[in-house]
Design a protein around this ligand. Sequence first.
Ligand code: MIG
Length: 690
Amino acid sequence: MIRKKSYGHPFDTEAVVGSYTPLDGPLPFLTEEGGGRFSCPLDEDAVVYGLGENVRGINKRGWIYESVCSDDPNHREDTRSLYGAHNFLVVDGARRFGVFVDYPGKVTFDVGYTDGSVLTIQTEEPDLALYLIDGDSPEDIVRQFRTLVGRSYIPPKWAFGYGQSRWSYMNADEVREVAARYREAGIPLDAIYLDIDYMEGYKDFTVNRNAFPDLSGLAAELKEQGIRLVPIIDAGVKIEPGYPVYEEGVRQGCFCKDEDGSDFVAAVWPGRVHFPDVLNEEARRWFGGYYKVLLEQGIEGFWNDMNEPAIFYSEQGLENAFSQIDAYRTENLDIHTYGALQGLVAGLKNSPEDYRSFYHRHKDGLVRHDRVHNLYGYNMTRAAGEAMEALEPEKRILLFSRSSYIGMHRYGGIWTGDNLSWWSHILLNLQMMPSLNMCGFLYTGADLGGFGGDTTEDLLLRWMALGIFTPLMRNHSATGTRRQELYRFPHVVAFRQIVSLRYVLLPYLYSEYMKAALGNGMYFRPLAFAYPEDAFARRVEDQLMVGESVMIAPVYQQHARGRYVYLPERMKLVRFGGSHQAGQNVLETVQEELLEPGHHYIDVALDEVVFFLRPGHLVPVSQGGGCVADVDFTHLKLLGYPEDGCSYELYDDDGFRRDYDTPAHITRIYVDSSGVIHTEGTGGKDVQWL
Ligand code: MIG
């Protein structure tokens, strides 16, 4: 059951779909302390799940998190805010409930940080809506919550293929080279990403014609090879006379304003910019309309960046910093003044003062940015998503964002922002996934191989072995770091087999994604959700359920040749890859072994992928392919650990249209007691044992 309670004058974030009548009586589960503060005791065994994109574990206890969308490429274990603000958590203890804090400014979640046995939630101002959900299990609570906030975004099927990105491929020939070398190496690929340098002077919706003389030609040429180009779009619009987006935005009053009512000036990549006022409906329609410029050149996917929005500096901030720096010129700088000097420059970026100095014209009146800060990336992506629905009603377009708030999950996915080529960030990637799924973000993944810092081949191999399970599977890295396209490393065969395995698993992964999206379920679940009675499973922080049939336990430590894995029940270990079988189709390398419940040390070589099948469950697989369009989704093989009456619901569609709910997309596969496979459905699927 869902109960809503309102305090003060809540801002309409449009996170929730439909309307709920607020309660009058006292709040269940939480103590209202007034002033936007709520608390509840946490008994010793209580586990707290959720909070979407954040550092630390699946269990969020023992740390303090702040919802303030932040550009923090160097985040660490003690970071409090990342790129998104996802104010939903589930307490699973003596009290079992979910709470969604619908408040677009800063929210602090002290999850047993100040006092290990207390959860407190504090909003910056006491104007908010709270949704309290109780249910039979954490999973049930999540499903109710997801119904409250609406169906998750569904990308085109090709976006489940592998993508290669880099900041930046500088020109058309570099892009062609990436495509050619992937094809030569026999490593599947569906997308190449264009980072900021494809633009002219970092101006949104322009193309640098020296570097990319014929973008539509290039898009068409690559599409022939099954590869799509996915350009980046930034939040800041460059101030430059003659640049139509700038000029129109000014003319139509579509930019955020400062206190005097002039267009607010900030600086990002191109230098000085204005921010489209995406909290305003007309401005949103105006900005979204520009995506057409690229759609018309054959582009079918976008990533929205810098939309916290990140600010390098504002006019005023820069002015203040210069004058204070000047004052230090004649001083003997000691530890304090030297620190202060450094702080003056470092503090220019993403300064709270800047966020307090501009305004949005929302339908309910003028609102200062910091009060609705967490809605910017959401509404930039909504602008794009709504435009896509209008411009391409019959066709899905790939869209994902860096910054987000719950509600944005209806319009696009997210990537988890800048990470580092650190072993600990493989584990962080794993731990974030179920928390994000709880909040509605199903199409998500991290920069595989790590964005900042130099990667190594072993790290990349291990990270890819996790990445083949994440819906968004993209390798991306920063300018100045070691190149990490897979064909550059000695063990090309291992990379080929790992990425090929993704394509082999696609019938299963796509089905599980679609069922999660259509049924408001989770694609990645903590073990505890699948085995609620198992006290040990509740504590597992480095294994996940992927869909209904599979458990994964990736290796995330350097030099490890395997790892301990906890099996909550009897399972079948499935192993793919391995150098002794190099050159084979990865499907032919399969090895299976039945394992008893409990703890096992499992060897996993660098060039292998293992996962675990639940008894009574099935996994339909394909023969793989060089791109999603090559994959045969009709003649399938079945992997499984069949038991009496086991069945599987396969979802498949053309991967482009938005007719998700057509019953013909479902095929029921079942295995009778003599092991014979039967199918029911009109999709013409042919399914045989592997
Ligand atoms: O702050 O466009 O997170 O993926 O490569 C740098 C350049 C701006 C940040 C994104 C990253 C992208 C980079 N961008």
